[in-house]
Design a protein around this ligand. Structure first.
Ligand SMILES: Cc1cc2nc3c(=O)[nH]c(=O)nc-3n(C[C@H](O)[C@H](O)[C@H](O)COP(=O)(O)OP(=O)(O)OC[C@H]3O[C@@H](n4cnc5c(N)ncnc54)[C@H](O)[C@@H]3O)c2cc1C
Length: 448
């Protein structure tokens, strides 16, 4: 416990997965949270969001009712041959919970969002329920007065401002960050298939596999199909990637006019006929325009910070976007808790930056590499004995160990000790135990 803790009024801009998560974390830490969301959440189109153990652990710590999210608990990752659909490699998650303490959940976005929203705004558990103000689109923030100006004319003060306003963040600009970004060479169409429709059509019932399944993504090719079952297995969510030169999805807005099945199928003349059959009965086909952002130099300025996609947008190929937003929220929850927060908002945010920036940047670059090489994907990156295993740099590959063995409390302790110029006594480096051997051969704490 430190002295000086005080209850803050926190303004969270953006009520997505990251915004709801940070509202939960900060209300649990005793603060008064208001979430400002530009939309009213109507008209969202569903897709899956995966939440690996490094995200799930915080849901448990915050006492979120995970069952409300109706997840599928994943048992394996399967890589299939593009043309025949035969399994080429598998990463088993059978011992996943035993090893990492938490399961790998696959949620439907709306269910996950509703689960987090209920927890943030609800009475259950520690803390005062957060308040949600919809139809509040942030126009600008003033860092001197720490006020937020909205398009509806309101101007409101908060002690701490969290920009969780997604990839097109307005808060980011107010913090002086102007992204260097480029359109990815890969594009995506997403579609949903109802399990019952697939069974009626005589197609294989992929939901039985309880797996994230991949077709393609090897040998530097952009073509890849990613299947994730959600909604307790009733819904099969397909992310269908292809080279941008085959068609550019200019409209990235979810809930826009649906695309035709023909447009989706034309990219995949040689695809395994089973999964091709699934795509042929796909619904709610939506384009997703992918961007590659260079990492930003910082995540905080004065009494404001960025969280989630606002601070580190990433390609979807490590399925870690939501988890990284949840981890950001967890870091703020710890730093502003009675155990750590001494009343100095700026200092707490500077530690947040030191803890989060290296980790999110590492995941961000690994996600970009996995776009064209599935061997770089966490899980498959451990299958190094396979004959077709090839990664850019074995020493730099992102492993499941560093994602799931990461101890954020210890990482924060280490960074705090450095700022206070005191000795850090634990045998951890950046939240990983000294001596832990990563599958890429690196031993944590060993000199290079
Ligand atoms: C189709 C799709 C599939 C994905 N699949 C996965 C996956 O499988 N696994 C995974 O880990 N990640 C996945 N991601 C990424 C993941 O959803 C995001 O990384 C994660 O949701 C980050 O959440 P966020 O809150 O930062 O941003 P968002 O979820 O984008 O939320 C931002 C919120 O801010 C609001 N907003 C924006 N501007 C303003 C403003 N000016 N004022 C007020 N409010 C504003 C928006 O309306 C929105 O509600 C996927 C993303 C997409 C789009």
């Amino acid at each position: 416990m430190v002295s000086g803790w005080k209850r803050l009024s926190v303004g969270v801009i953006g009520g997505g997965i990251g915004g709801m998560s940070v509202a939960i974390a900060l209300k649990r830490a005793g603060h008064d949270v208001v979430i400002y969301e530009r939309s009213n959440f109507a008209g969202e189109v569903g897709a899956s969001v995966s939440c690996a153990a490094n995200g799930t652990r915080w849901l448990h710590e915050w006492k979120v009712d995970v069952a409300q999210g109706d997840p599928v608990v994943l048992k394996r990752l399967i890589q299939r041959d593009w043309k025949t659909g035969q399994p080429m490699s598998e990463y088993s998650l059978n011992d996943y919970e035993e090893r990492w303490g938490h399961v790998y959940n696959m949620f439907h976005r709306q269910d996950m969002h509703a689960m987090l929203k209920n927890c943030a705004l609800g009475e259950a558990g520690d803390g005062t329920p957060a308040r949600l103000m919809v139809n509040h689109k942030c126009k600008d923030i003033d860092l001197q007065s720490n006020t937020i100006t909205f398009e509806n004319g309101a101007t409101l003060y908060h002690d701490l401002i969290v920009g969780a306003d997604g990839i097109g963040s307005v808060v980011r600009g107010a913090l002086g960050i102007h992204p260097t970004r480029k359109i990815a060479d890969q594009q995506c169409l997403h579609c949903n298939v109802m399990r019952d429709d697939a069974i009626k059509a005589g197609l294989v019932d992929y939901s039985q596999h309880e797996a994230l399944e991949y077709w393609g993504g090897q040998e530097g090719k952009w073509d890849k199909i990613v299947l994730s079952p959600c909604n307790g297995g009733k819904l099969l969510s397909y992310y269908c990637f292809f080279a941008r030169k085959q068609g550019d999805a200019i409209n990235q807005t979810w809930g826009a006019e649906e695309r035709s099945v023909e447009e989706l199928l034309e990219h995949y003349p040689e695809l395994d006929r089973q999964v091709f059959g699934h795509l042929g009965i796909g619904k709610e086909i939506q384009p997703w325009r992918l961007w590659i952002h260079e990492p930003y130099a910082y995540l905080n300025k004065q009494r404001a910070c960025l969280l989630g996609d606002a601070g580190h947008p990433m390609m979807p190929h490590q399925s870690q976007g939501a988890c990284m937003a949840i981890e950001d929220a967890a870091a703020l929850g710890i730093l502003f808790s009675a155990a750590y927060f001494d009343g100095n908002v700026e200092q707490a945010l500077s530690i947040y930056n030191k803890v989060r920036l290296p980790r999110v940047t590492r995941v961000q670059s690994a996600a970009a590499r996995a776009a064209y090489n599935i061997n770089e994907r966490i899980g498959f990156s451990n299958n190094k004995d396979l004959p077709f295993y090839k990664v850019e740099d074995t020493n730099n590959v992102l492993t499941i160990e560093e994602m799931n063995a990461y101890d954020m409390y210890r990482d924060i302790e280490e960074k705090l000790a450095a700022v206070k110029e005191v000795q850090y006594g634990d045998s951890y480096v950046c939240g990983l135990p000294v001596g832990m051997k990563l599958l890429n051969g690196i031993v944590v704490g060993a000199s290079a």
